[in-house]
Design a protein around this ligand. Structure first.
Ligand code: CA
Length: 362
């Protein structure tokens, strides 16, 4: 316990130093609106190790001890262990359909993964309704990844707007983001699973204390919510893509309406929650989120960098940029891992991607 606390403090202070040294910043909260994102840092502050350059459209990164696991959209899980990379197909009851931005997306390791091998995955499949998404539990036995059970199927899908992150909350429940599927009714319709943050037990049941009776819906009015992260106080944050700019970071409260498509960004509307921070006219295309100490790290595809948000001032800064579209971020002690998705979901063909390990030069 002591060593983990020490690591956390060391890591948080390293991030703080990097952020303090960053070149430009904009305070969204004080201006009451949006502004331009700070430019990339002026001088190198990270040692960057290319851990892998043999990835194809990775989407989610997790860690168990020294082993790193990444989903790839086509339906594989890549494991990096002691410098050795192995790629495994995931065996599922419905074939994983990788179409546009859909495919094998989010992953969360169970809290006892080291002994149980259990994970939660979000993937696209073909149903009679067309491209559809589901949340499954799968197991890794050291040789194969295979579905154990389906937790929730029938989440509406789309070539571009599938949400797709899954994360275990401090309450032990599973949280899932879903996309609006370019349908203006669904995000505001509590009967639809689209355009939502969902909350379920790890066996796929509706928790008794969910905000709406007999519903997986935890919050609604989302466009294409992606990363989920809890701060040290246990408050949930989610990030999402706006239509044209107006990317959002939302503080997610149970039962709240985040506006889409009736309101966007920091627009005020009765009964709706304005974004906690938004990108204004800029496009971040944020995808992954994780707290490092008190700082919220956000991986950005469009802004091609790693952003850090100081919650006390709601200041957003670019703390790392390599020219890659950054898909997801994973703090690990004082290091930070990021994965890239260098091909747009609007294109086709393989995507030449990398796993980078960032170590502060301190
Ligand atoms: Ca919103």
């Amino acid at each position: 316990m002591r060593s983990s606390v020490t690591k956390w403090r060391c890591h948080a202070s390293a991030i703080l130093a990097i952020i303090s040294a960053s070149a430009v910043s904009v305070c969204f909260a004080q201006s009451g609106g949006a502004g331009r994102l700070g430019a990339a840092t002026a001088r190198p502050q990270w040692n960057v190790e290319v851990v892998s350059q043999d990835l194809d459209y990775p989407w989610d990164i997790e860690r168990a001890g020294e082993r790193i696991f990444m989903t790839e959209k086509a339906g594989n899980i890549v494991m990096v262990d002691a410098g050795r990379q192995r790629r495994f197909p995931v065996h599922t009851s419905d074939p994983i359909v990788a179409e546009g931005g859909g495919g094998l997306l989010g992953m969360a390791l169970s809290s006892d993964f080291q002994s149980s091998g259990l994970v939660f995955l979000y993937h696209s499949y073909q149903s009679r309704a067309g491209l559809t998404n589901k949340v499954i539990q799968a197991r890794f036995d050291g040789k194969e990844w295979a579905e154990v059970k389906v937790l929730l199927a029938g989440i509406p899908g789309h070539r571009l707007y599938n949400g797709g992150r899954v994360a275990l909350g401090p309450d032990g429940h599973l949280y899932v983001t879903t996309g609006w599927t370019e349908n203006r009714e669904r995000p505001q319709d509590l009967r639809s699973l689209a355009g939502k943050v969902l909350r379920m037990t790890v066996s796929g049941q509706i928790p008794a204390d969910n905000p709406f009776p007999a519903s997986y819906v935890y919050s609604y009015g989302h466009r294409n919510p992606q990363g989920l992260a809890w701060d040290p106080l246990g408050q949930l944050f989610s990030i999402e893509h706006g239509q044209l700019g107006h990317d959002e970071i939302n503080q997610v409260k149970p039962g709240a309406n985040y506006g889409w498509p009736l309101a966007e960004g920091r627009e005020q509307r009765v009964g709706m929650e304005p974004a906690w921070v938004e990108s204004g006219q800029e496009t971040w295309a944020p995808s992954g989120a994780a707290f490092s100490g008190n700082f919220l790290l956000v991986s950005a595809l469009g802004a091609r960098g790693l952003l850090a948000v100081d919650p006390s001032t709601r200041t957003v800064r670019t703390v790392f940029s390599s020219g890659d579209r950054i898909r997801d971020v994973l703090p690990a002690g004082r290091d930070i891992y990021v994965i890239t998705t260098n091909r747009s979901p609007r294109g086709e063909g393989p995507s030449k991607d990398r796993l980078l390990k960032l170590t502060p030069q301190l």
